[in-house]
Design a protein around this ligand. Structure first.
Ligand SMILES: Nc1ncnc2c1ncn2[C@@H]1O[C@H](COP(=O)(O)OP(=O)(O)OP(=O)(O)O)[C@@H](O)[C@H]1O
Ligand SMILES: [Mg+2]
Length: 1018
């Protein structure tokens, strides 16, 4: 190994921007000089420097050759290509293997940071694993020494959810996966894992390909993309050297190549503070790896009595030798260059910094072959004796198993290498066809096919399902042409017919199929490059007849494209292609939130599908919470993705953070997998990821501008409360009025300029008398609501909880006393709003409130108030009469309004004439709410008339509100009579029209008055 010594070597590598980062207009926060890497905080520009064994710049300065290989674009470019990484790291691994040292190389970093690119590579840009294998065989082929036999065998496994899956086995494996065992010589190992002897690089390539196919097919079942599972490839390299005396020595090396799950999953549990904190097994291996690395770094730093928790996870058991023992180990930390990933990238750098402290003690694994056999024989004898003594003891089964394992290893050793190669070849052919065939299944070159699309680019386009002429079926059933398991997939899901020129697809029994983002309801033709989604997460691209295909035409349709298209049909439009340049931090933050929201959509739809299949009755919806809903300045800044969780069976609602949802989703998946494997699910709520204790929920808020108060003008209005979606939740009356020192109501006479308040005491009262049309309670009468607000960041004031009513009589009053008004206080009033929030309490379904019980008793119904039809008609008639009267009033008001306007205009002309004589111009109109009403010596009659008019109109407005509320309530109660409902609907509409007209009149009048007053003042 270059540099010698056994401390873990650490390399970091930064990749180019991806399309998303370009779209977000991200800047590069990583810079490199020599072996050091600097990261810059995009918020404040501060930097942190880290030193590593290698710092690889792969961000820019490269070009793509004709064959698609990325290389530096000039002599001065510092771009590090795949070859260079191999030369620095892979070559060292190979040298070690030849010397008989174990070696390990693992890639760490967040999802999409470039782990798989460095390890496996993409297309012609092969990564360390294939190049190392290729170079190993190149060197083996030059071996002319007949006394030296070189043996290579290959294994490939995946750890997902703490279960080990052999990726070289095609058939279905035990639900619990392979067992991890321990023996004195080999340490931890995977019992029964296929270790396939190979004779050339081509065979390794085939095995890797098959391993990827197996991994992909499994991932469509439960969306276990590589970002969530760990992949371990082990190359065992033995050199059997015969000496002159005919005795042989075996020098062996295990090369472990590990592509880890995305690091961001390591601590999602810790962040949530969730009730179910023991967490899901999905994170266990990664978080334990972090703990093991920290413990080993502590030991290397001289700390005593440190326990290294290898045994806490499957991954750390298997990597025990690689991390803290007989191995020469390298870690590649993959970095995203984008500012939006700052936190995660910094944590990767810190992780890498800890890992470089670890010290290993690698030794050459070489011993006479005879001695190895002798040791195995001795071990066998010991096991037999123990078995004989123990009789039928509890561990006799384990001893028996160890004995068998030993015998298998002895028989392997006694066999010639050629025999083992031959056996492996035969076994492989049974399951997969020829290992050394140049190409496997190539039917897709002649017929239309479906190819899989995965979130992980490494696993996309791996599976090709051919659609032969005739009928092809997809579904869960083993009798389907292609058996696919997965969320929302039915036994028989889709029938595809190919008549040789046209391909059609038909859903079966309403199965969930989307084509190009739209739900497929009946048989339809598929066109080349149609995007298909089966159930909740199986994505395919349809590749049509050979004549329709063009080179690289599938490339554009990646996972992001599918998601954007599906979202677009739900009304969320995304521009995938246009990069943003020089955007403000605010816009970038919104973009990041939007992306987070988008990323959550497929997860949400999966959670909903699991809930449906497990009959949980829980619905998940993503929302964007804006702090503007709670902020008295209506600041749009703080946005956050939240998940609304509704249990439709018991009508309860929760709000979860994104982290909590993702953690729970992992637990739901585990639960679902158990269910699919036929296990009984735990009954208790304690472990149920769908359940939580009840909590109060934010329903909506309104903002009452306090500006008028600074002019001592009373606020008395109805405000609509909006939820995070902007949807109406209720209408609330809020009154805020100034009070005298004695606490008496100050009339409209006391109108002041704000600065006149300075230095004086100022009191006002906030009252929230009532709230109407409360949807939360109308939907379920066992629920309750309360409102709360806070003035100038003081303790919130809260109303009592009102249960089960669409109309809530809060009667909440709160007095604010300011002893001496300061400029700051005036500024506060002029720039802030009072935020009144409405919160909902959860009810007990089935349990009725008092009002309902009375209704029920009175009407003899089951909870739904039922009016007698005659009653409703007479009520309706009365309301019609009321509306007619209101319309008449409105006409009268209009006339009055017109007369007033005329009077005002006259007054205006008079003032203008006076002004023009003085050489002044009139000022632009002012918003009525900003205009202080000055003492301008107006005609006393006019002032009196105005006051009466405003008073009248207020009465009419409150009348209308009441009628509206009544209409809403009676409409809710008589759902069973269509005609009445229709009539009521019409009536409500009329009412709306009257109200609109009235509001229009008032505001135009207000405007004229304000303008006139303004002008008059000058
Ligand atoms: N050095 C690089 N040069 C060019 N492209 C790169 C480089 N590193 C990564 N990429 C590209 O970035 C994308 C994501 O990389 P990759 O699949 O390796 O991420 P990953 O870390 O394995 O993610 P996951 O955790 O999801 O498996 C790929 O499309 C890959 O081609
Ligand atoms: Mg990967």
């Amino acid at each position: 190994m270059p540099g010698g010594g056994d401390s873990v070597k650490v390399a970091v590598r930064v990749r180019p921007f991806n399309q998303r980062e370009k779209n977000a207009g991200s800047g590069c926060i990583i810079s490199m000089k020599g072996d050091s890497t600097t990261i810059k905080n995009p918020e404040n520009g501060s930097t942190k420097v880290f030193a590593f064994d290698y710092s690889y710049w792969s961000h820019d300065g490269f070009q793509e050759s004709d064959g698609g290989v990325y290389t530096p674009n000039s002599g001065t470019s510092n771009y590090t290509d795949q070859r260079r990484v191999f030369q620095d790291l892979g070559q060292g691994v190979l040298d070690n293997a030849w010397q008989g040292y174990n070696a390990a190389l693992f890639a760490y970093g967040q999802t999409g940071s470039g782990k798989s690119y460095s390890m496996i590579g993409y297309g012609p840009n092969k990564g360390i694993v294939p190049i190392t294998c290729e170079e190993l065989f190149k060197a083996i082929e030059t071996n002319k020494d007949s006394q030296k036999q070189l043996q290579v065998s290959f294994s490939m496994l995946e750890i997902y959810n703490e279960k080990v899956k052999d990726l070289l086995v095609k058939s279905k494996q035990a639900p619990d996966g392979l067992k991890i065992r321990q023996n004195p010589q080999a340490g931890f190992y995977v019992d029964g894992l296929k270790n396939v002897p190979v004779r050339n690089y081509k065979e390794i390539e085939k095995l890797m390909e098959q391993g990827t196919v197996n991994r992909t097919t499994a991932s469509t079942n439960m969306n276990a993309t590589s970002s969530r599972s760990h992949m371990v490839i082990t190359i065992r390299f033995n050199q059997v050297i015969r000496n002159a005396g005919g005795e042989s020595n075996t020098r062996s090396s295990d090369i472990n190549l590990v592509d880890l799950a995305g690091s961001e999953r390591a601590d999602s549990t810790g962040a949530t503070g969730d009730r179910l904190k023991e967490g899901s097994a999905i994170n266990q291996s990664l978080s334990t790896l972090g703990n093991v690395i920290s413990a080993l770094a502590d030991i290397a730093g001289g700390k005593k009595n440190v326990l290294v928790p290898y045994r806490n996870s499957v991954l750390t058991k298997l990597l025990q030798t690689a991390l803290g023992g007989n191995s020469r180990t390298i870690m590649i930390a993959a970095l995203s260059p984008a500012g939006i990933n700052y936190d995660e990238t910094l944590s990767t750098l810190r992780y890498a910094d800890r890992a470089k402290k670890i010290q290993n003690k690698a030794v050459v694994n070489e011993s006479p072959t005879d001695r190895l056999i002798r040791e195995l024989k001795e071990e066998n004898a010991r096991l037999m004796a123990a078995l004989g003594k123990g009789g039928k003891s509890s561990n006799s089964e384990e001893l028996q198993r160890l004995l068998l394992e030993n015998e298998r290893r002895m028989s392997d050793m006694n066999k010639t290498w050629e025999q083992r190669l031959e056996e492996a070849k035969k076994e492989w052919e049974k399951g997969h066809g020829g290992l050394e065939h140049e190409e496997g299944n190539v039917e897709w070159k002649q017929v239309p096919f479906f190819t899989n699309v995965n979130e992980d680019t490494q696993l996309s386009g791996v599976v090709k399902q051919c659609l032969q002429v005739g009928e092809t079926t997809f579904g869960r059933s083993p009798t389907a042409t292609y058996t696919i398991r997965g969320l929302g997939i039915q036994e028989q899901h889709a029938i595809i017919r190919n008549n040789g020129s046209k391909v059609t697809m038909e859903p079966v029994n309403g199965s969930k199929i989307y084509v190009n983002g739209l739900k497929l309801k009946e048989k339809a033709e598929l066109h080349h490059l149609s995007r298909i989604k089966f159930g909740s997460s199986c994505l395919y691209l349809f590749v049509g007849q050979v004549s329709e295909r063009k080179p690289n035409d599938e490339k554009e349709y990646d996972y992001d494209y599918f998601m954007a298209e599906l979202a677009e049909h739900r009304g969320v439009a995304i521009d995938l292609q246009t990069p943003r340049i020089n955007e403000s931090m605010e816009n970038l933050k919104s973009y990041v939130i939007f992306q987070e929201f988008m990323d959550l959509l497929p997860q949400i739809s999966e959670a909903n599908a699991i809930s449906l299949e497990l009959n949980k009755g829980v619905k998940f919806e993503a929302e964007i919470k804006t702090s503007a809903s709670h902020d008295s300045m209506q600041n749009q800044g703080g946005k956050e993705v939240i998940i609304q969780v509704t249990n439709e069976k018991i009508r309860k609602v929760w709000i979860w953070s994104k982290e909590k949802f993702l953690h729970r989703k992992d637990l739901m998946e585990e639960m679902y997998c158990k269910y699919m494997d036929g296990e009984t699910l735990p009954l208790g709520r304690d472990k149920d990821p769908f359940w939580d204790p009840v909590e109060d929920i934010f329903l909506g808020s309104c903002h009452v501008m306090l500006q008028s108060l600074s002019y001592c003008v009373e606020i008395d209005e109805h405000f609509t409360l909006h939820n995070y979606h902007g949807k109406e939740e209720a209408v609330m009356k809020v009154r805020i009025f100034p009070l005298s020192e004695k606490g008496e109501y100050l009339g409209e006479e006391s109108i002041l300029e704000p600065r006149e308040l300075l230095g004086k005491p100022f009191n006002f009262e906030i009252s929230v008398p009532e709230c109407m049309g409360v949807r939360w309670c109308s939907e379920d009468r066992s629920r309750g609501v309360y409102c709360k607000f806070s003035v100038m960041d003081k303790e919130p004031v809260r109303s009592q909880t009102m249960k089960g009513k669409g109309y809530c009589d809060f009667g909440l009053k709160h007095r604010v006393r300011e002893k001496k008004v300061t400029q700051e206080f005036i500024n506060y009033l002029q720039t802030h709003s009072l935020v009144v929030e409405l919160w909902g309490t959860q009810g007990e379904p089935g349990k009725l409130n008092e009002e309902d019980q009375i209704h029920q008793k009175f009407n003899g119904t089951n909870g739904h108030a039922h009016h007698d039809t005659d009653d409703v008609f007479s009520e309706l008639k009365n309301k019609d009469l009321e509306i007619e009267q209101l319309s008449k009033d409105l006409d009268a008001l209009k006339k009055e309004n017109f007369n007033l306007k005329k009077k005002l205009d006259k007054q205006q002309t008079h003032i203008d004439m006076k002004k023009s004589r003085r050489g002044l111009h009139s000022a632009p109109p002012l918003d009525v709410s900003q205009a202080s009403i000055p003492d301008v010596g107006l005609d006393a009659d006019l002032a009196q008339a105005l006051r009466i008019f405003f008073k009248d109109i207020k009465d009419v407005q409150s009348h209308i509100s009441q009628i509206k509320e009544n209409a809403k309530m009676s409409q809710g109660g008589s759902t069973d009579n269509g005609n009445i409902k229709q009539a009521l609907g019409k009536q409500e509409q009329k009412l709306h029209e009257v109200e609109d007209k009235l509001t229009g009149c008032v505001s135009s009048l207000k405007e004229s008055v304000t303008n006139t007053l303004r002008k008059a003042k000058r």
